[in-house]
Design a binder for this molecule. Sequence first.
Ligand SMILES: O=C1O[C@H](COP(=O)(O)O)[C@@H](O)[C@H](O)[C@H]1O
Length: 250
Amino acid sequence: MARNNVPTLHVFPTPEEVLQQLADFFVELATRAIAGHGTFSVALSGGSSPKKLYELLASPAYRSRVQWEEVFFFFGDERNVPPTDTESNYRMAHEALLGPLGIAPTQVFAVDTALAPAEAAQRYSQSITEFFGQREARFDLVLLGLGDNSHTASLFPHTPVLAESVAGAREVYVEEKQAYRITLTAPLLNQAQVVAFLVYGADKAVAVQHVVAGEQDIAQFPAQLIAPTSGQLHWFLDDAAASLLPAGRQ
Ligand SMILES: O=C1O[C@H](COP(=O)(O)O)[C@@H](O)[C@H](O)[C@H]1O
């Protein structure tokens, strides 16, 4: 099946340049959102790629460029581990960004992994709904990464959560990890004003090719589910990750 979801690609020679451009983009979106409606809500990605972005945002060059007390942090997905575990997405974000910036706990919405996965997901959905109140749950920014198997958030290939039609958080058992995860669903991610993927490194090139330019096969390439309903979709890539995209799309 042909696909008509055309994202804006931002491709730079090195990961350092990609990180800087995405940090600038973050500042611009935060400034605009805070000027427009007083707050900036962002769903953070986990894994290893965004750590350097978070460190950059917390660095002297960036920390004074955002009104951090108006920023509210959520997580696109979480591993079913305690927040002290080295696998925890919360722990990584806390060490690289939230802690160094001294973000107040009231501004951070973490998944409660002390609960059973289904209950943790249900409570997380509820916290998101309560945060947005009467408004549609629409993050100002969703940051996403891409696994080399084309998963994003914890939307893994061939998992039942890919068929979820309700905007919220869900638990998912990921066979290849032999573990539960909690993930925001594609309908919720797609309600965002802006979705930005951050992907760098040659080991992601095949996945980028499948997701950005391949035939649609969501079961195999779940990141193809990400197509904001009325928001914008951006991919921040380095040359290596973009190297297999057709000419003219790099
Ligand atoms: O497991 C996860 O993987 C993806 C990609 O992570 P990376 O380590 O390859 O950068 C990430 O976006 C997701 O949040 C995380 O839980």
